[in-house]
Design a protein around this ligand. Structure first.
Ligand SMILES: [Zn+2]
Length: 105
């Protein structure tokens, strides 16, 4: 009789503890929040397969400066590293040749 009671107590102690389901749910929500503003842009120079960006081509370069004459950052232009760097060089040359303004007021 005494053995019987001990067995039942042990059974109660080994009850399955499955209460850890909240964590995963929380993480999933946070990840979705981060992904909200992710939009993939393709470098348009890579798309056009233009290897060289000419500083004399003001019409094309002029689209990559702001209305105040500043160069647009890569997050705006969507250019790849290589073409953004070439663009920066082209804009600086164009400025030096007085094709583009250093500063527009
Ligand atoms: Zn590119």
């Amino acid at each position: 009789m005494s053995e019987d009671t001990r067995e039942t107590q042990e059974m109660a102690g080994h009850a399955p503890a499955a209460e850890h389901t909240d964590e995963g749910h929380d993480k999933g929500q946070r990840r979705r929040m981060q992904r909200r503003f992710h939009r993939r842009k393709v470098c348009r120079f890579c798309l056009a397969k233009d290897v060289y960006i000419d500083y004399k081509d003001v019409r094309r370069i002029g689209r990559f400066i702001s209305d105040r004459g500043k160069m647009l950052p890569r997050r705006v232009t969507g250019c790849c590293a290589r073409h953004q760097r070439m663009l920066a060089v082209a804009i600086k040359r164009a400025r030096f040749m007085a094709l583009l303004p250093f500063k527009a007021e």
